[in-house]
Design a binder for this molecule. Sequence first.
Ligand code: FES
Length: 173
Amino acid sequence: MEIHDRAESQTGLEKAEIPAQNLTMGFAEKKLVQESVIRAEILGRDFIEMKILSSGERVVHYVGCTEFSHQVLGLKQKYGPDPEHWEFSNLGNHWDLLLKEFILKCRGGWEVVYEAKELCHCRNVTTQTIEQAILCGARATEEVSRWTSAGTACGTCRSHVEAILKVRFLSKR
Ligand code: FES
């Protein structure tokens, strides 16, 4: 079983296709019949995804700022090509939050605390907008409210925002 890796920086200065490497753990036991994608992203900015092809082959692709690319390369060098084996930190930078989401999704341990598409019904703010605000730097419900206007009417949605913040900043490994 093989994993390929492609990286591009947003500046266009880096573009690399890294040859396949053999995987010795995890992938071989999994019977994958359908193509699927595991992805974490800041819309229009950074993303990392792993495509699981019907053959079982896995391809990791990421695009992002220099720091984000640097972090991904560091993880690969330290832990190998399989994102399930990567470790994440809880420093709270956008790349840390994004990589934590991606790694936990790859491990099957990502917790979705609010599933509905719209989170704040008074202001019609989507859950995705809340998630993106947190990824971009909002660290408290008040900040999320200021940036998105969620929670600025009846206030019943604030507990959901708090729950999302808690999961994002939990030090789970
Ligand atoms: S549901 Fe968000 S303020 Fe009412």
